[in-house]
Design a protein around this ligand. Structure first.
Ligand code: ASP
Ligand code: MG
Length: 423
């Protein structure tokens, strides 16, 4: 095969969960090395190791020190890269492991959720030039104080995309335990189909809507730097899904690409907030100060009594603390109370052109109505339509929507038309 440019390959935790899997992943890197000009491999900690290390930290400390937690978590990826480099050698290739600091990944000081500031790839380039496969530890960097930091959960994706951008790789391959990005989660919708191509914008919406395939921050970065991503199975050779620039398919048509379901959030409602300037700002600022993420902020129109309700969705972990913070605020702004609603889920339809084509939203709401499902909250943009519904109905709702939008149909025609399904 023709020599290609440099390739960055990333193997997630399930792909390096045991020695056999590490050997298999290494074999793929060695094969890729024969075709590409150079191969950089980013590896995650094996299996559930990051969770186990966090558990361990909590066994010795109620509130583990963030710097020490990072020092501990970084060891998971370090174990993987060393084993990976050894496994590459077993397959007859030359390879070297580099930690985040050794690879020149400079990050800010925020332990456990650090951001990459810059990459100085001198050592990586030197090792590549000498013909080695370079295995870089994902999820870690070094801050100005020379301390190891980690980049937030799922951060190995970010490492891989950032390296692909800096090294100007031809693309970034994300090897994982699923075959690609699907029209819906195949565990819930059995006839869901693998998508051949999806735009950065749509993928970002999917990641934000509960799809676990890739970390949202890494897609954002890929979009900004134009890094083409190929998400594929580490166990099967078949092509997966390309995440790249939009631009193919019918220009002005509205299309539905994929559906997502998020059951990991609860709803918070501040009831009867006085209708005056500044209150919404105070409600959200209260949560922002605590770094609590919020989604789907909805404010009802004021009633004749001059009050309205403000509702939002927030991740279940931390929701009690968010409620307590809002209760204190409620007393000072004169709101009635704060409600926390469990048992809700958000269904998101991702695609393009929804603003110009209200018929798609009408279709979504109609399908839910036919199934007798009540919609608690709605939020829409040009790229997504979200409905919060009762969690117990959410899976059947997902299947009904998947069918009604024709997402399961076998792809026909040429590949450029295949990915987009006009509605
Ligand atoms: N090992 C880290 C985590 O589990 C980073 C990653 O897997 O991407 O979050
Ligand atoms: Mg992991």
């Amino acid at each position: 095969m023709k020599a290609r440019g440099l390739v960055v390959m990333k193997f997630g935790g399930t792909s390096v969960a045991d020695p056999e899997k590490i050997l298999r992943a290494a074999e793929r890197a060695v094969q890729a090395r024969r075709r590409a000009r150079g191969v950089v491999v980013v590896v995650s900690a094996p299996g559930e190791m990051t969770d186990e290390l966090i558990g361990l930290a909590h066994r010795v400390s109620r509130d583990p020190d963030a710097r020490e937690l990072d020092a501990l978590l970084a060891t998971g990826e370090q174990m993987s890269i060393a084993l990976f480099a050894m496994a590459c050698r077993s397959h007859g290739a030359r390879a070297i492991s580099l930690t985040g600091p050794q690879a020149g990944i400079l990050a800010d000081e925020r332990h456990t959720r650090s951001r990459i500031l810059e990459i100085r790839p001198r050592k990586i380039l030197q090792e590549l030039a000498s013909g080695k496969i370079v295995a870089v530890a994902g999820f870690q960097g070094v801050n100005a104080a020379a301390d190891v930091t980690t980049l937030g959960r799922g951060g190995s994706d970010l490492t891989a995309v950032a390296l692909a951008a800096v090294l100007k790789a031809s693309h970034c391959e994300i090897f994982t335990d699923v075959k690609g990005v699907y029209t819906a989660d195949p565990r819930i919708v059995p006839d869901a189909r693998k998508i051949a191509r999806i735009s950065y914008e749509e993928m970002l919406e999917l990641a934000g809507a509960g799809s676990q395939v890739m970390q949202a921050r890494s897609i954002d970065l890929a979009h900004r730097y134009g890094v083409r991503i190929h998400v594929r199975s580490s166990f099967k050779p078949a092509p997966g899904t390309w995440i790249e620039k939009a631009g193919e398919g019918p220009m002005e048509e509205a299309t539905v690409t994929s559906l997502a379901l998020d059951k990991g959030e609860v709803r918070l409602t501040v009831v009867e907030v006085p209708d005056k300037p500044g209150v919404a700002a105070r409600v959200i600022a209260e949560l922002a100060e605590r770094d609590i993420s919020v989604d789907m902020i909805v404010q009802s129109a004021p009633t004749h009594a001059g009050v309205n309700d403000i509702s939002l969705m927030t991740p279940r972990p931390g929701a009690e603390a968010a409620k307590a913070a809002l209760e204190t605020l409620s007393r000072s702004i004169g709101a009635k109370r704060v409600d926390l609603t469990e048992g809700v889920a958000t269904i998101t339809v991702v695609g393009t052109g929804f603003r110009r084509h209200a018929a798609i939203a009408a279709k979504m709401f109609g399908i839910l109505a036919e199934a007798g499902i009540n919609i608690h909250m709605i939020a829409t943009s040009d790229l997504k339509l979200c409905c919060v519904v009762d969690s117990r109905h959410s899976e059947s709702a997902l299947r009904a929507l998947h069918k009604a939008f024709g997402l399961a149909r076998a792809p026909r025609g040429n590949p450029s038309k295949r990915r987009r399904r006009p509605c």
